[in-house]
Design a protein around this ligand. Sequence first.
Ligand SMILES: Cc1cc2nc3c(=O)[nH]c(=O)nc-3n(C[C@H](O)[C@H](O)[C@H](O)COP(=O)(O)OP(=O)(O)OC[C@H]3O[C@@H](n4cnc5c(N)ncnc54)[C@H](O)[C@@H]3O)c2cc1C
Ligand code: SF4
Ligand code: SF4
Length: 1015
Amino acid sequence: MIPSIRHTSPIQSRYLDFIEALRQTDFQGDLNPDYANRTVLATDNSIYQVLPQGVVYPKTVDDLVTLTTLSHRAEFQDVVLSPRGGGTGTNGQSLTDGLVVDTSKYMNEILEINVEERWVRVQCGVVKDQLNKALKPHGLFFAPELSTSNRATIGGMINTDASGQGSCRYGKTRDHVLELRTVFLDGSDWTSRPVDDAELTDISQRENRVGEVHRTVNQIYTDHAEQIEARFPKLNRCLTGYDLAHIRTAEGLFDLNSVLCGSEGTLGFIAEAKLNLLPIPKVSALVNVNYRDFNAALRDATELMKAEPTSIETVDSKVLNLAMNDIVWHSVSEFFPPSSTGEPIQGINLVEYTADTEEDLDAAVKRLTGRLDAELENDNGRLGYSLAWGSEAVAKIWAMRKKSVGLLGNAEGEARPIPFVEDTAVPPENLADFIMEFRAALDQRGLAYGMFGHVDAGVLHVRPAIDMKDPAQEALIRPITDEVVALVKKYNGLLWGEHGKGVRAEYAPEFFGELYPQLQRLKACFDPNNQLNPGKIATPKTELELLTIDGVTTRGQQDRKIPVQVWEGYSEGMHCNGNGQCHNWNPNDAMCPSWKGTRLRTHTPKGRASLVREWLKQLSERDVNAIEESEATRKQSFLLSFPSRLKNTLSKKRGEYDFSHEVHESMMGCLACKSCTGQCPIKVDVPSFRSKFLELYYGRYLRPLKDYFIGGLEYMVPTLARVPWLYNGLMKPRFMQAIMAKVAGMVDSPLLTGISLDNALHERRIRYASPANIAALTQVQRDNAVIVVQDAFTSYFETQLVLDSLDLLTKLGFTPLVAPFKPNGKPLHVHGFLGPFAKAAVKNAAHLNDLARSGIPLVGLEPSMTLAYRSEYQKVLGREAPEVALIQEWLARQGEQLEPRKDLLEPNTFALLAHCTEKTNAAASIKDWQSVFTALGQKLEVVDVGCCGMAGTYGHEASNVETSKKIYGLSWAEVVNKPENAGKLTATGYSCRSQAKRIDGASIPHPLQVLLAQM
Ligand SMILES: Cc1cc2nc3c(=O)[nH]c(=O)nc-3n(C[C@H](O)[C@H](O)[C@H](O)COP(=O)(O)OP(=O)(O)OC[C@H]3O[C@@H](n4cnc5c(N)ncnc54)[C@H](O)[C@@H]3O)c2cc1C
Ligand code: SF4
Ligand code: SF4
């Protein structure tokens, strides 16, 4: 039995006092000093892990004013505050051992869109993709681009001066900032915009922080204009943050925003921003140029620039190969055919053109393709090119490119590509030579790495693979960084070309030279007590130190406290690198419903991975090995352990602290939809490690009754189905539902159909798949036979679907057989009954493998139960796991049989709402549905929706109902209720169909039922 984790890292008393004092004010936001929140916000995407004292989630600008005013009081002037947005920084930008102030949870509203004047006013926590989605109907967009656009906030973008693909055409975030509303540390709330000298004089006379800031910054600029001119580099990626070189605009106005943009939360809280917008280019295309070596791709970029594209991005073969093995490849593979010579493609330049008319676009693209065609024989390393025409195709390729950064983390083994020198910028003409030397520095140390970046701007992303758990490898961070710093200097570039400085600020004094004290002076006038994100960019006093790249706790230092056996046993969660893809804002994306339904960072795949890692570390520090504990728990007698589990549960009820409760709370919010498993670039698989956690947690505490009900349902249901009137009679009445909710924690439990499958099969002369029945098939029947593997949900709660499927198969000329029912075990796995699950899997697999030996294919109707055979079963049984295809995977291969029967069906158009597990873990199978429909003369469009909120039994659990319905409301409700969709929708998941029925009373058929109805 695992021990209780009563003590973790205590909160420093001054922070407890501060939080308590804040509680006494009219602060409206959330105060979270709990260990779960502290743990989850201790990391970003960097190699560092810094435990904060607590997390504060302000709701309004007034909250920020209250917070800063309090921090300004004499007794709290040693309290540290670090603003945080999406937390996607790559160099510890938002990490702190003080208080994290996360503005993304509540301050995320788009306040005003002015289409005529082309600007927008937003709160700082608005996500970049959220903004552009709202702007799209107006034909406008916020131009600065970044790979993390689906989770990075405008506040974070402004503070890192984010930019990416297209920066040569569109500039950086700062270039689109019109006004900033900032709350300074004394509580003053100031909106800055470029001002003329008269206004500057006026503002400078103010007595508060606002006046002081304007006076000092102007003074520094006036006194040091020459040094500033000489020091600040003249790159596309000009130096960002404290940018004194641009304090005067081209028109001579004083612009405080040039200092604030890129200041990494060290000068004030950006609460709101007014941003410049651009018209969306009407048409776009990509020319994908392939190379036989990456260096050739880099060198060629300057040549390609002559054809005046909008942007040029490059990826190397490593990144390309990773993309090929990811779900994302399904959407772009057609644009990357093998080279005509058969030579391997080692690098690609993605050259983008945008225009307002097709004719202009055509002419622009021909500028390049004409060149490429004419230079075919030249020795320039080019292998050929392909074209992607239209914004939809272009968006798919950019999505693949954006995902590349995350994919780089998904290497085999323990050495993983990590960011620390990942965003260097040099003048583009120096890039190829610079990279040659950079590569030599990595090659000489035997390190693997992948590369991609914005070649047009001279920015290349390089992440060397290092196992930070190994102290010897960790020690490489310093010499490599030093060497790269020297290299960028040699090639007139910057170490921090795109992602900001973060802990790399230690190189700032050397970089700024004699100007550095002026940066300190600047910091001091905004933040004299070094309270705002200290140690980054500059300190207010010389005696205060900057952070150093090897002076901050790393994740590796924490992770190495977990024994190798445990690390490997929980590998599904250990390699999360915090890139934040799972914090995806898009409600129409499957990842991650529990995050979208709660907006809690502790309820995300990253949050759960962070918590389980910390939990394993805490156990390890108590000499408890979670793997050995798991074995012991399986042997633990239910009855003998009952008294101690009861005692522990009573202690829990009395409020006794155990960190495991916080981890449990987070795990229980997971829908086990497996979208993380399929979509996380690192393949973090929450349901797998969640089950392992639950097994151990319930070795110490009593399980809720519902777990036994859900876990045992598959075993009970065949018996219950014999007396459906009894089961339904017990479940249906309102008072019984109330009792079920109270006692068993279940609501809206599905009712048995009462249809006897045995009788219905008999009527149809369809046989169960037994050795005797298979042997009795004629050769023709055998050649067309398929075995439908039952699952409890479809067979007993939606029996008509099984029958409709069998009828359709028969009409299509197949000989369907039905595998006798055996529990699949998936519900057991979801709830952490891992021992019983393994037994169920062994038994069911033996049965299915027997049937499979007949050579007749096995197919399943229910996506999540069927996909368990290739994931959960594989983990227990390896190669012994039975092969059961999703029905559409098998049908799609039967084109010859389907095509001739096309005429039996009325042609029509339908819209598919696919199940999350299916579309994220078997992405190709969605296209299979389309192929099947096409083969039968139907059109099937795939609707972009997120999760329906039901996910197995999640939505039936009383504690989840509210969130389940909220999740449904995020994307499904609109689609289901749209009048144009009436009669068109079809859904593959049992859960999805029952959720639409329970909430909207909508009966959505399965795709096979749709096809049958067309006959
Ligand atoms: C996989 C990956 C790819 C990336 N690709 C790019 C890229 O293409 N281009 C690019 O520019 N960057 C990129 N980044 C880096 C990162 O996404 C950007 O720096 C982004 O702008 C950070 O936004 P955020 O909301 O996550 O901010 P956070 O990481 O939360 O914070 C960043 C900084 O801003 C400060 N901050 C945040 N909000 C506020 C506020 N309201 N007031 C004051 N200070 C605030 C924080 O203190 C911190 O210093 C990438 C990161 C990852 C993990
Ligand atoms: S769980 Fe996956 S997507 Fe989420 S932060 Fe971790 S690695 Fe990134
Ligand atoms: S299984 Fe689904 S709900 Fe659970 S963490 Fe993964 S994406 Fe989120």
